[in-house]
Design a protein around this ligand. Structure first.
Ligand code: KG4
Ligand code: ZN
Length: 334
């Protein structure tokens, strides 16, 4: 089966054609136009600007992929319907609906978070169920217990800022550019991770929820009271507080839920230290649990992961009507 997937939930416009054979996924065509430079001027993503950019990018991207004009090399169309920025999501949804209607192809609505989870299905071996997923992105921080394809239980989530958001806000505080994650990680390499004792929010809360806005405030207070701070030490200590919190709580969840695999996904999963620390602590503590993370180039937003999630939705005959499908920013993982 060949899945044409469309993604426009935030600041990446993406189209991919993925071929599925016996549930192994091969990327046949993949195009992505990033808007990061444009939003960096504003210090964050501006929804209306994102929508305008998506509008001007979809047709050139489709053309660049050389997809047959009659859609004959496509079996189904998958599109991100949410969560995300409504004006941005709408552009992708309308584009997908138009193609599905004109080509008379089945249309599948995909949850962006489900897409991030399925980004690891591109690699082999694929995760075994039940799986515990730590999903860390710019908009979400969730611990999800995945019992089977399409069967999720959210066991913990952030009560305020998402991890990626905390990276982006702290980057702004120390005068670094958007997106904050990669630039903080780069500065952190040169700093001392134990230089500043930033808090580990909710690490002993007894549940699996997170909270990162207090950590961001702790960084701000530190910067205000230490005018000659070392940016490298601030970044290293902040990154360490985040990683320590995420790894500790994920291990607690593994102990409680006894999954057979652990998945790390979402934009923040590009963080090399987080990958290493989570992977090492899982494999050192639980010899029978496999750790999975996407290729770094597929940790951020892309359409390949939407194609894979779309395949499993299509397998469950979970199709949408191309005449009525709408973006749904509040869609939940169920
Ligand atoms: O998944 P994603 O591309 O978009 C959303 O769905 O939100 O995640 C983007 C987030 C941004 O907040 C960015 O700062 C963060 O992922 N990020 C990182 C790294 N690379 C991207 N955070 C920490 N370390 C990184 N290396
Ligand atoms: Zn994302």
């Amino acid at each position: 089966m060949r899945i044409l997937a469309i993604e426009s939930s935030c600041d990446e416009t993406a189209i991919s054609l993925v071929k599925e054979t016996d549930e192994i996924f091969l990327i046949e065509k993949n195009a992505l136009a990033t808007q990061i430079d444009i939003h960096a001027l504003y210090g964050g993503v501006v929804p209306e600007v994102a929508a305008r950019e998506h509008t001007s990018k979809f047709f050139p991207l489709l053309q660049s992929l050389n997809i047959a004009r009659d859609g004959s090399d496509v079996d189904i169309i998958a599109v991100t319907v949410g969560p995300g920025l409504v004006p941005a999501l709408r552009i992708g949804v309308e584009f997908a609906k138009t193609l599905a209607y004109l080509w008379n192809k089945p249309l599948v609505a995909v949850n962006h978070l489900e897409g991030h989870i399925y980004s690891v299905w591109l690699n082999e071996p694929q995760p075994i169920f039940p799986s515990l997923c730590l999903l860390v992105s710019g908009g979400h921080t969730e611990l999800i217990f995945m019992k089977d394809h399409g069967r999720y239980e959210i066991i913990g989530k952030t009560r305020d800022d998402a991890v990626g958001e905390a990276f982006d806000k702290v980057a702004k505080l120390v005068g670094l550019s958007y997106p904050g994650g990669p630039v903080i990680a780069k500065q952190a390499k040169e700093g001392k991770k134990d230089a500043i004792a930033f808090p580990r929010p909710m690490i002993d809360s007894g549940d699996f929820d997170f909270s990162f806005s207090g950590l961001k405030t702790a960084v701000r207070v530190y910067l205000e009271s230490h005018k000659n701070y070392s940016i490298e030490d601030v970044c290293a200590s902040f990154e360490e507080a985040i990683i320590d919190t995420l790894v500790t709580k994920t291990l607690k969840a593994v102990n409680r839920f006894a999954p057979r695999s652990v998945i790390l996904s979402g934009g923040v999963s590009a963080n090399r230290l987080l990958r290493e620390r989570l992977s090492d602590s899982i494999t050192d503590t639980f010899s029978d649990i496999k750790f999975h993370a996407p290729e770094v180039s597929f940790s951020g937003d892309n359409a390949v992961m939407i194609a894979i999630a779309g395949y499993f939705r299509a397998k469950q005959k979970d199709f949408s009507n191309p005449l009525t499908l709408e973006a749904d920013p509040n869609i939940r993982l169920i």
